[in-house]
Design a protein. Structure first.
Length: 273
């Protein structure tokens, strides 16, 4: 039995992952539609949930779009982890309703996002700082970049949730701001159960979980890299070859070769004389 090459193994793993994600996505859409027909929620809630299915497809596409634009390739385990994380957040949390069924599902995901996006940050740090001399200074810069990258992703996700809650129709409650609303006053203000605001508490708790997950992962990683700097290279990105440019270069060399041949032929009689 012939062994698979690393490229073939990667394609097979991605194929299996995409098929599994498609099954989970179709199951989530079916589950959501059936709940709608059973009267669990109205049409606005139906479309609100189905938008997350589209968002999941876009986020998976964004992973490979980044690889294409920057001509890089993430480690296979990281690609699969990002797809799985997106599925857990968008499909599991919204289509299957795990945010309501599983206690602290949201906080678990925000905590796990810390290590996940720290690894993404380590990958990009190795690429951006590749010209920096090896040593303790580079280790510190790489880990610091990963820390800030992970925290920035957590911050931008909260901005995204806030924008969706404020701008998208359909009554989105990503930041749980509706949980504390008791009623609406005649002047347009809301009567709430918590003076601090359930939305603010949810946002800060999400950011703290992201920070905790990031620190818990990066502190041991920093100690390991400090003692064994060569271990930092396990997160190096694979650079993809520029095949298109090589093809264009080959096309340009054909006329040049023809011109050189013509010059050689025209010079040959002169050499004979």
């Amino acid at each position: 039995m012939a062994t698979r090459t690393p490229t073939q193994a990667r394609k097979l793993a991605l194929l299996i992952t995409f098929l599994a994600a498609a099954v989970i996505l179709i199951g989530g859409i079916t589950y959501t539609v059936l709940n709608y027909y059973n009267g669990a929620y109205g049409v606005s809630e139906l479309w609100r949930r189905l938008r997350y299915a589209l968002l999941f497809i876009l986020m998976c596409g964004a992973i490979f779009l980044v690889e294409f634009l920057f001509r890089i390739r993430f480690p296979l385990a990281l690609e699969l982890s990002l797809i799985g994380f997106a599925a857990a957040c968008l499909i599991g949390g919204n289509l299957y309703g795990l945010y309501g069924y599983v206690p602290f599902w949201d906080k678990i995901l925000h905590t796990l996002s810390g290590p996940l996006f720290s690894i993404v940050g380590l990958c990009f740090a190795g690429l951006l700082l590749k010209e920096m001399p090896e040593g303790k200074g580079k280790i510190l810069a790489v880990v610091l970049f990963a820390l800030l990258f992970s925290l920035a992703v957590g911050y931008l996700w909260e901005v995204f949730e806030f924008a969706v809650d404020r701008l998208m129709p359909g009554g989105y409650n990503n930041q749980r701001w509706q949980n504390g609303v008791v009623g609406e006053l005649p002047n347009g203000n809301y009567e709430v159960t918590d003076p601090v605001g359930t939305g603010l508490k949810d946002t800060m708790a999400d950011l703290i979980c992201n920070l905790v997950g990031t620190v818990v992962f990066l502190v041991p990683a920093f100690v390991l890299f400090w003692k064994q700097p060569s271990r930092a290279h396990i997160f190096d990105l694979e650079r993809r070859p520029r095949r298109a440019r090589e093809g264009r270069k080959t096309e340009k060399t054909v006329p040049e070769a023809a011109a050189q041949t013509a010059e050689t032929v025209s010079e040959s009689p002169k050499e004979g004389q």
